[in-house]
Design a protein around this ligand. Sequence first.
Ligand code: SAM
Length: 280
Amino acid sequence: MSADNKPRVGSVKQITSHSNPIVKEIKGLVAQRKHRTQSGLFVAEGLKLATDALEAGWQVRYLAIGPEARENPIAQKAAATAKARGALILEVNTAVLSAMTRKDNPQMVVGVYEQKMGDISDVIPEMSTTWVALDRVRDPGNLGTVIRTVDAVGASGVILVGDCTDPFAVETVRATMGSLFHVPLVKVGKEAFRDLAKSWPGTVAATHLKGSVDYRVPKYSEPVLLVMGNEQQGLDDETASVCKTLIRIPQVGQADSLNLAVATGIALYEVRRDHLSLEE
Ligand code: SAM
């Protein structure tokens, strides 16, 4: 909103130079977490993500549209919506899109959005909810894939426990395939998370390689808190000790463990079994 309380309408700007300050700003957001944290902004590439963000009501700061997008009715509509909500529309050539994204074959639309991150007060353990907690997740692809899977099973959101990879890094955002705009994210410290787990009114199930319970056995009474360990170290002992059930996914063969995102997907489909059906 502007000072007179009327919705602020954005504008359109043509950029042809790589050294334009907005191009440099976007490059910084793509390349460095520091810039994303300081500005509270992030970059998402592609028209699908732009339409997802706009439909879900996320705030757009810039929408850069290349020559192809200017001929595309869906992209034109996205640009009109973003402009009506106060975004600056950047009309750029493919070389500028490449420079912004550091890619030889850039997408025809690149958006810059305001980050949204919840805190522990946003985790409401109501009936039929399932929250997924990730302990110190390090890999952007894993985090993005978990966010996408949480969306697919209709779970409530993702709790990032401790020092996690940046959910707003370009690789993470890309791996979510747009689900980032639909899945609430919450950041919580280790101690606060343990307190949450201790007071959780339903099932607290941690997936663990030393778990003695086959993940298909428990009755997951709701609300469910599903806890996943770090890619290298697994779940730390103190956190594991506050989880009521340690579940394990059976394995044969020589693999030590499953990939974190795969394990999350397998466990989530079991936990959410009663909510998922092919019937509309
Ligand atoms: N070296 C780690 C360890 O000792 O736990 C491996 C971690 S694994 C790559 C990442 C996370 O995925 C684990 O902490 C656990 O949450 C989950 N996970 C992977 N395979 C699993 C399995 N077979 N059963 C239960 N959880 C599993």
